[in-house]
Write a protein that binds this ligand. Sequence first.
Ligand code: FMN
Length: 202
Amino acid sequence: MKRTTLFAGLLMISATAFAQNIKLPAPQQNGGKPLMEALSQRKSAREFDAKALSEQTLSNLLWAAYGFNRDGMRTVPSANNKQEFEVYAVTEKGAYLYNAKENTLELVSDKDLRSQTGKQGFVTTAPLNLVFAYDTKAMPDEKVAYADCGFISQNVYLYCASEGLATVVRGGGISKEDLAKAIGLKDGYAIVFSQTVGYPKK
Ligand SMILES: Cc1cc2nc3c(=O)[nH]c(=O)nc-3n(C[C@H](O)[C@H](O)[C@H](O)COP(=O)(O)O)c2cc1C
């Protein structure tokens, strides 16, 4: 094999090996529907089109859910500003941890784990299931963690209402231990809810 061919081959292998994390486009922090319109359209949906969400939509959605909107502070409140949550994006391509600081998706599994995010049929075909998990050491009071999680979920609901996307937060039917293992959740972290997002089924 020629040296150049070998070099090109090695480059391709390393590109594949490191093509793990996704650098998201900057979130668009303007536009959307006026708040009162978004509120009037907020609802849960349980039918989703399989069409994938663009990286721009993912970036906007994740920023709305749990991004930073001022120095070290988030789009959601948290008790004592613990910011104890992690948000995972489970897609057909793999599962990712949202890194709000870097605006990246860090690959935690290259498998399609959507079916593991719940028992309702649509989770398997909808393009995105978010998983909200928190650090139980940072927030020992489970009730407070659940309250904090509600704010994240509601931001997702409002973003979806604003953008004409379908969503439902889910607390039931999640095999939390199995899902925690599949996404490589660190010790001391606990899953609270999953939330499905996609285009409404026509
Ligand atoms: C904490 C919580 C857990 C929920 N769990 C589920 C669930 O497991 N599956 C589901 O289809 N909907 C679930 N929902 C959605 C509710 O069923 C829904 O919000 C409710 O029926 C009101 O409908 P709306 O959201 O369209 O106003 C949950 C909602 C909340 C707040």
